[in-house]
Design a protein around this ligand. Sequence first.
Ligand code: PBG
Length: 332
Amino acid sequence: MGFPIVRNRRLRGSKALRNLVRETSVSVHDLIYPIYVVSGTQVKEEIKSMPGVYRFSLDLLEEELKEVVGLGIEAIILFGIPDHKDEHGSSAYDHNGIVQEATRRVKELYPELLVVADTCLCQFTDHGHCGVVHVDEKTKRADVLNDPSLELLVKTAVSQAEAGADIIAPSNMMDGFVAAIRQGLDDAGYDQVPIMSYSVKYASAFYGPFRDAANSAPQFGDRKTYQMDPGNAREALREAEGDVIEGADFLMVKPGLAYLDVLRTLKDQFDLPLVAYNVSGEYAMVKAAAMQGWIDEPAIVMETMISFKRAGADLIITYFAKDVARLLRNNR
Ligand code: PBG
């Protein structure tokens, strides 16, 4: 008789049995929730391409934080939208900059809530690039200068730590940013503040809604001379290895869903905690389809989270963090 001896369905017969043999799980402790902060008062403005995500002025932040903490989420990442932009992104490292003020506010209200500070210049520069731009007089070619940018990024990281940020997350993709920031933090007395490096960050169209939210689209050119080419996976190893040597405390892959192979590769090669960034465009696509009634949003969201964990992520930065926390609570 040709009946199967191996029957994988035996372990799928009931919910309890499936729970017993599940290899991967998601916990509320895995989640980092992004929050956009803006200057002014009484601002709670929904981002058009990201339904359910808002820009908050600091006076209205408390309500949002209360919800986040109430759901058991232990970390947020702050993105600032400044009221002043200039060539050198000076409001990124201003003592009274929006991220610095927001960090102080969070720490005042919820000292236990971990504040991750995104360290970049693109929201703060008038040209929208992540570093210092130099335009060649003759050729009119614009370049983002690496080493001068590092100096400004170090200043930004130190001022964020000074404001009370618990983790510094540099997302600028300049060469040597981890070493420079580590040294800068150590010199300023912040040797206990970890660096969550956006180690492997691709030049991706999935950041579109973020750039709407943060007004940070480059005014000319693109980010392809510093962010990675989506075709490259072995280069991701070189990026990550550099960060490990330079003293990174966490590694990250961004975007998430289209790069799960890269996440797995990093997981197999390195021992540092690994972060997946479920970016704005991934959020927008799910929301748009759900609003059409074309997909089951909660099911898609949980399946997505599981896929990040299965691929090797220890942590997930996601705009769905509050929804996930709620779903976990309701045992979905
Ligand atoms: C800043 C930064 C970006 C994101 C996080 N930090 C935008 C970019 O690099 O253009 C994108 C996050 C998202 O899409 O959710 N450099």
